[in-house]
Design a protein around this ligand. Structure first.
Ligand code: PLP
Length: 492
């Protein structure tokens, strides 16, 4: 155990640091090798809670090895692994190694990005990445931005800027402000409206078309209704990649309507932002350069560890709405540049370094290629599924999700909902596959979110086959004759 100060990151303890971090990496590699096909063990919340609750935090173990053994028992033995092709539920991605190497420096050096005197060059690494992302969007030199904890925070900050811009320019009363977003938009827009004191009624859901994109005619009508009622549309939020369907709202049309009504135009590209580096599909984001702000989650389609995300703004001066000068930190007359002026946070982790190392080692094209690979995979899987009579796909895939359900003949909606929920629970409990659930126009569905570039078509069809088998078992049907089954060994 030794003296407490032996545990500090300090030159005197370099050997201890190397040993502890090396042992942690070795432990992780051991676990990595033991997952083999299962994304989880299906540990129950009760089991997990009981194990954790048994730990007396007032009695340290002393040795690092004992703590690692305990951690394995409490968590790692039953962790959820996102590198497994059968983990196909959420937008949490497998991660790239250069970013993991960067984490060593992020936590070891422990820079804080609020001020230059806590970060030095790190400030400029973050700024360079912000400028680079802004250029990819198509913004010009006046653009700026800030790394955030995720799309939720980026959307909140964007709407805060929109609100303050609108109130400054138009002097509109807060209870008249409206935010228009696709009915399939992310719930963080509603949460932002609450946090900004605008209330739930401030968010006007705009209907989507058959491909689940915001319908521009419906947006035009909603904006006209707003104006007729004396309300002020402070922001129009387009989603570039809805969480369920990957739908990208028609950005040029939405931009034109937002501009016509003087509304801030925010693009929530938390999911679709990775298309900025796609060599084959960058065109899907055409029109994003017409926005006032963009949310990009590098921790989704850029294969970065949580959290790594940014808000970009067309006019950097608008970030001034979150500036506060504190005498102790960032006084107005400070000679140093700082990032705290642009952020909702004060102390802030150097998450940008992960993206930096990724770009310096792999390059942007390589990240875009990984994303293109999972989009190709999704298309190939969806094409196969059209021949599966008992699998109903809700809409053609757009980025990398497939919304579907197991639908044997003769079941009504409540029975289908119960059946699909039971299938999902069984796959989880048995530790076989992670599949998500959602509702489409009130109807329960399952969802695959594909972000694993090493998964094959056969891997993913295997997950759907598990769904089908579990469904048959639960519904008490006889297994289909093998002639009706699609072969699984489809090469990609
Ligand atoms: C994931 C997501 C968010 C929220 O982002 P976090 O990083 O989870 O905070 C917002 N919008 C969309 C469209 C998303 O997919």
């Amino acid at each position: 155990m030794g003296a407490p100060r032996q545990h500090l990151f300090h030159p005197a303890n370099a050997a201890g640091y190397r040993q502890a971090v090396g042992a942690a990496v070795d432990r992780l590699v051991d676990h990595l090798g033991s997952t083999t096909g299962r994304p989880l063990t299906g540990v129950t919340p009760r089991e997990a809670a009981t194990r954790v609750a048994s730990v007396d935090l007032d009695r340290p173990l002393g040795g690092g090895a004992d703590a690692l053994d305990e951690l394995s028992r409490l968590w790692l033995d039953d962790a959820i692994w996102f590198h497994e092709p059968t983990a196909a539920a959420h937008l949490n991605c497998p991660v790239v190694i250069p970013a993991l190497a960067a984490e060593v420096f992020v936590s070891g050096v422990n820079a804080s990005l609020d001020t230059f005197d806590q970060s030095a060059g790190a400030t400029f690494i973050e700024r360079h990445l912000v400028d680079w992302t802004a250029a990819r969007i198509g913004y010009d030199a006046g653009a700026d931005g800030i790394f955030t904890t995720g799309g939720t925070q980026s959307n909140l900050q964007a709407l805060l800027l929109a609100r303050d811009q609108t109130m400054n320019q138009q002097g509109a009363p807060a209870d008249r402000l409206r935010i228009l977003a696709s009915a399939d938009g992310h719930f963080s827009v509603q949460k932002a409206a609450r946090m900004l004191g605008l209330g739930d009624a401030a968010v006007v859901p705009v209907p989507v078309d058959a491909s689940r994109r915001m319908d521009p005619a419906a947006l035009a009508a909603a904006l006209a209704d707003c104006a007729a009622a004396g309300d002020v549309p402070m922001a129009v939020v387009a989603t570039a990649g809805t969480t369920d369907f990957g739908a990208i709202d028609p950005l040029p049309e939405v931009a034109a309507l937002a501009r016509a009504y003087g509304a801030w135009f925010h693009v929530d590209a938390a999911y679709g932002g990775g298309l900025l580096v796609s060599r084959r599909r960058r065109g899907w984001l055409d029109g994003i350069e017409l926005s006032d702000s963009v949310a990009v989650d590098y921790h989704k389609t850029w294969f970065q560890p949580v959290s790594c995300s940014a808000l970009l703004v067309r006019d950097g001066a608008t970030l001034g709405h979150v500036t506060w000068h504190a005498d102790y930190l960032n006084p107005k007359d400070s000679a140093h540049p700082n990032q705290v002026d642009k952020s909702l946070q004060t102390t802030r982790r150097f998450e940008a370094l992960k993206l930096w190392m990724t770009l310096r080692v792999m390059g942007a094209d390589a990240i875009g290629d990984l994303l293109d690979t999972v989009i190709d995979l999704t298309d190939a899987v969806a094409a196969e599924l059209t021949a599966w009579p008992d699998i109903e796909v809700a809409a053609a895939p757009q980025i990398s999700t497939i919304v579907f359900r197991y639908r044997p003949p003769g079941l009504d909606e409540p029975a289908l909902a119960r059946l699909n929920a039971a299938i999902r629970a069984e796959l989880f409990d048995e530790g076989r596959a992670l599949v998500a659930a959602t509702r489409v126009d009130g109807r329960s569905h399952l969802k695959l979110t594909l972000l694993n570039p090493v998964a094959t078509v056969a891997d993913v069809l295997g997950v759907v086959e598990m769904v089908r088998e579990a469904g048959r078992r639960i519904a008490g049907e006889p297994a289909a004759p093998s002639a009706l089954r699609k072969p699984l060994a489809v090469a990609r």
